[in-house]
Write a protein that binds this ligand. Structure first.
Ligand SMILES: Cc1cc2nc3c(=O)[nH]c(=O)nc-3n(C[C@H](O)[C@H](O)[C@H](O)COP(=O)(O)OP(=O)(O)OC[C@H]3O[C@@H](n4cnc5c(N)ncnc54)[C@H](O)[C@@H]3O)c2cc1C
Ligand code: SF4
Length: 348
């Protein structure tokens, strides 16, 4: 009977799971395939996070520091689990580094993959340099300067297109990615703070700044920072004669065609299932749900479980999720894993 918990993936969810395990007195082994910890907020260089307004580097940096400094957590960077076997209380994992980890339970915190905008070619990403993604805009904000990649000029007009790679049945993405409306409203504020002369337009189907985010981001962006929200269906982004971009589509409120020039167009990209999921499912002997995210064991009595007893999951591995909820789920998965191990030890 092992009281070590193996955590796979060191984004917000995995960092939280590992810290929770170790703080409760158990051992945690954290395996991360990249050579840096922190998951998407660090790997993709996010700027200020919603809703806290803290820089990602500082907020997630604190989580990384706690994990790296913890005497009961051992961290394997640049490593993956290649083979996995055993049963609850007695699992064995072989890593790509050749090392073997014995663990009583495993938590998968393997997150998501950013939607690749080249799968929406009519909206210009990959064709025009001045069409970028929200991840790239986050990096621009973090660098402190808003410019057009093509020639370095400060954009007069920026368009942010929502639901790129989400809520789009034509390309097999039927889900809402949950956080991109709020992230985009926040980015519009940040663009305006850095470049007050730039006008920002957000093109949307619906606005889903859920819960307490409505006034903090949607109304603030609109009322204090003059972001223009336009309900529209976008057909295509093309080049205009003067070197700028032309956004073509239909304003669906007034039911009129629109053709508007922009200097910079930003795709609010969605959260795809992790591309590794089919391989993870095979290695860990678990099931994926029909979109390709990890399947939950049972929603009400075992929400942190996968379809294999002793293997748990948390965060964006289960579907589009916010950082705060990923962190909460990491702690919940740790707590469930330790409770099940405790019950096993008492029974055995
Ligand atoms: C542009 C953008 C901006 C966002 N901004 C915010 C924001 O401001 N606030 C907010 O609440 N949410 C935001 N989000 C959502 C946020 O990114 C997620 O909530 C969060 O990253 C989920 O954390 P996670 O740990 O579950 O997954 P991830 O962050 O994806 O971390 C998963 C980790 O697992 C590792 N991994 C993956 N596969 C394997 C494997 N096979 N073996 C080992 N390791 C593996 C990955 O390398 C990664 O380190 C944003 C999303 C986008 C797209
Ligand atoms: S959160 Fe907003 S932008 Fe993101 S998929 Fe949902 S509706 Fe679209």
């Amino acid at each position: 009977m092992q009281d070590t918990v193996l955590v796979v993936g060191a984004g917000p969810a995995g960092l939280s799971a590992a810290a929770s395990v170790a703080n409760a007195g158990y051992q945690a082994v954290l395996v991360e395939k990249e050579t840096v910890l922190g998951g998407a907020p660090i790997l993709s260089g996010y700027a200020k996070l919603v809703p806290s307004g803290e820089w990602a580097k500082e907020a997630i940096g604190r989580m990384i520091h706690n994990v790296e400094a913890h005497p009961r957590i051992s961290v394997h960077k640049g490593a993956q689990v290649e083979r996995f076997g055993g049963e609850p209380g007695q699992f064995s994992a072989t890593l790509s580094t050749g090392q073997t980890v014995s663990a009583g339970a495993t938590i998968l915190a393997t997150g998501f993959t950013h939607f690749d905008s080249v799968n929406k070619p009519e909206w210009g990403f990959g064709t025009f340099e001045d069409v970028i993604t929200t991840s790239q805009m986050e990096q621009m904000v973090a660098s402190g300067k808003i410019t057009c990649p093509s020639d370095g000029r400060v954009p007069e007009r920026v368009a942010i297109l929502l639901c790129v790679g989400s809520r789009d049945r034509q390309i097999g993405r039927e889900w809402c990615s949950k956080i991109c409306c709020t992230v985009s409203a926040n980015l519009a504020i940040e663009i305006k703070e850095l470049s007050p002369q730039t006008e920002v337009f957000i093109y949307y189907m619906d606005i889903r700044t859920f819960g307490l985010y409505e006034d903090r981001f949607y109304w603030k962006s609109q009322e204090e920072f003059k972001t223009k929200f336009v309900k529209a269906r976008i057909a295509e982004i093309t080049a205009s004669g003067d070197g700028r971009l032309l956004l073509k589509g239909e304003d669906t409120l007034v039911k009129r065609p629109i053709m508007i020039p922009f200097d910079l167009v930003v795709h609010a990209i969605g959260m795809d299932p992790n591309l590794d999921n089919p391989r993870l499912a095979q290695t860990f002997g678990i099931t994926l749900q029909h979109h390709g995210y990890l399947e939950r064991a049972e929603f009400y009595t075992n929400p942190c479980g996968t379809t294999r007893p002793g293997v748990y999951a948390c965060g964006a591995a289960y579907g589009p999720e916010t950082i705060d909820d990923s962190i909460a789920q990491g702690a919940a998965a740790a707590s469930r894993a330790m409770a099940d191990l405790h019950a096993l030890a008492k029974a055995g």
